[in-house]
Structure formats: C-alpha cells, structure tokens
Ligand binder design. Structure first.
Ligand code: NI
Length: 185
C-alpha cells in the first residue's frame, strides 16, 4: 500500500477528547494522503477501524470494516456478530440516526486502549450517511455488530471513548483476563 503507517494515540491524549472538525474538501490532497496513511495503518495493525483523531488529525474521517471471519475472540463473543461482513469503508463527515431505541450490549476493544475491553450498549439498528473518498454522498442501514463498529468509530469524532458509553464498569478490564474467564465458563 502507498500510505505511511501512522502512530496510534492512546487514551489520555487531549486530541482524543476533542470534537473534530468537518472535512471541507474530501478531494484535498492532504485529506487523500491522510486516507492512504490510515489505510496503511489499519492494514498493518489488522484491525477493524480507525478514526482520524486516533492518529492525531482532528478531522471527521473514519475507516472501518466488518470482517467476515476473524481471529479476534472479542468479535466472536459479541452475540450480534455479523457473519456477512462489510468491506473497508472510508467515511467523511458521517452522520448517524438510530432507527429505534433498542440497544444491545456487546464487547468492544479500541486501539487507543491497548489490551482493554468492556461491554458497551449501542443502538441495534442505525442509518448512516457520509461522503466517500470521492466526495459523493452514500447512505447505509446497519444492524448489530456493523452498527456497533460505526457508532464506536464515529464517537471518536466527538471525543468519546468506549468507557464513557459503558453502563456496567464491572465489565471493563484487560482482554487477557476477561477472555480467560469466559473460556472457563
Ligand atoms: Ni476506538
């Protein structure tokens, strides 16, 4: 891939608490370069999503996917896991509307909280609209894990990390410990 691998910023850095700015021109060479670098970074990290603030750019830009199958046990443990998957998607200035008030709890990790996970309630069904990398408007409906990933990544654009969405902090902890206990059940 053409892009450069970027350093991912961890919780505690102020950029992760900021409300990011809207991207004015998706075709701006700096924005296109950021997209390429974020793509190289997610490819290198083999993860599901990355928001621009996590690489120090306070802009409303996200890249995510929903893997068809994954080695990451956290996804397997999520009851609403979506086996179909969603290909890598670049979203600029995304907007989310919940389709109902129904919320489901599911496990979430985050690159900015290395080694940690927790159970987070999210809207089960959403509609989301965004500009793609060519500046065209796209809209999708999402349920379950797909909806969860989109909500998690878009929260980064408003300076919100997953622990701030948790309602049961007793589920917050180190992946290694939590997964060990789950396997024992
Ligand atoms: Ni995250």
């Amino acid at each position: 891939m053409a892009g450069r691998i970027l350093e991912v910023i961890a919780m505690g850095h102020p950029v992760l608490q900021e409300v990011s700015l809207a991207v004015k021109n998706p075709l701006d060479p700096d924005v296109q370069a950021l997209i390429e670098n974020m793509e190289a970074t997610v490819d290198h990290l083999n993860c599901s999503g990355l928001a621009a603030p996590q690489v120090g750019a306070s802009l409303r830009l996200v890249i995510f996917r929903v893997p068809k199958t994954t080695e990451n046990p956290a996804y397997q443990l999520t009851p609403e896991y979506d086996p179909e998957g969603v290909p890598w998607t670049v979203m600029i200035n995304p907007e989310i509307s919940p389709l109902s008030r129904e919320m489901t709890a599911g496990w979430e990790p985050c690159l900015s909280l290395p080694g940690l996970m927790g159970e987070v309630p999210r809207y089960h069904s959403i509609q989301y609209t965004y500009l793609n990398r060519h500046g065209q408007t796209e809209s999708r409906t999402a349920h379950g894990f797909h909806a969860r990933v989109v909500q998690h990544e878009c929260d980064h654009l408003d300076g919100i990390l997953f622990p701030q969405r948790m309602t049961d902090m007793s589920t917050f902890g180190f992946k290694e410990e939590i997964l060990k206990r789950m396997e024992a059940c």
